[in-house]
Ligand binder design. Sequence first.
Ligand code: PBG
Length: 331
Amino acid sequence: MTNPNPGRIRPRRLRASAAMRRLTSETDLHPRRLVLPVFVREGLTEPRPIPSMPGVVQHTLESLKGAVDGAVGAGLGGVMLFAVPEVRDATGTQATSSDGILNRAIAVATAQAAGGLVVQADLCLDEFTDHGHCGVLTPDGRVDNDATLVRYADMALAQAAAGADLVGLSGMMDGQVGVVRDALDGAGYDEVAVLAYAAKYASAFYGPFRDAVESQLQGDRRTYQLDPANRREAAREVAIDVAEGADIVMVKPAMSYLDVLADVAATSPVPVAAYAVSGEYAMLEAAAAAGWIERERAIYESVLSIRRAGADHVLTYHATELAGWLAEESR
Ligand code: PBG
């Protein structure tokens, strides 16, 4: 029988051996591309598991040190700190107090990391307000954009004073990047970087995070976070944040927004981050626990896909574990 394939063009040649696949692989994963989000809870004596995020805990200030050591040892690019205060109020006072739990956590993490990675802090009021919104409210209960900016400026100064290398603005208030940049520069913190959650969607995939921070939110965040239907609007938000001085822009969530991520990566003049959020983590863990997907391969593939779509770095709760696998692989 004659060969029916003329055989000149055979893409399978490049897939024929592990060595050939390794040589021609288009996308790299490296620990420096990964950032670990970490939760710290005030008033705990022991780390406390988060039921909807198996394997993730609320840390004490003491156990935070071990998490930072693990992240530095794994070669991660950074840690992103979130904190849960014991007392909440209408304006989120604990966010700007120097002995507020987040600011104390920043100081502990910065000392522990000793320059080995970038210590990043979530700059948003939702963990600190009793109503759970990302800003302060008007008397009739709407999120007051411009009054919130005043709080964000103060919060940035508190985080910078605590030693944060980078502040992550996740509140989606208009003008937040410019106001925070000016506040930092005005106080001599011109080297503190601003990461803007530029394209942050009003997503159901934040569900487990609300457990992790014991959110008291009633309702939703649709008056400030993006509509999941919108793609063009993300480009507008990125352009605004870059013009206001963002050093890094972020797309969030990641897996359901790879089109948005690819758009942003194609045009952004600054590095692009993507956040594989709590619901993405929970889905992977739940399916793996049920035996429906191969855990390690699925985690690897999901983060690789986010990189392939254009993220320079990825925030993922799997960061330290994944970095461990990558180190083994490169041996
Ligand atoms: C707001 C914030 C949220 C997340 C990160 N920063 C929650 C929200 O916007 O409702 C979600 C992260 C995740 O789901 O993993 N401070």
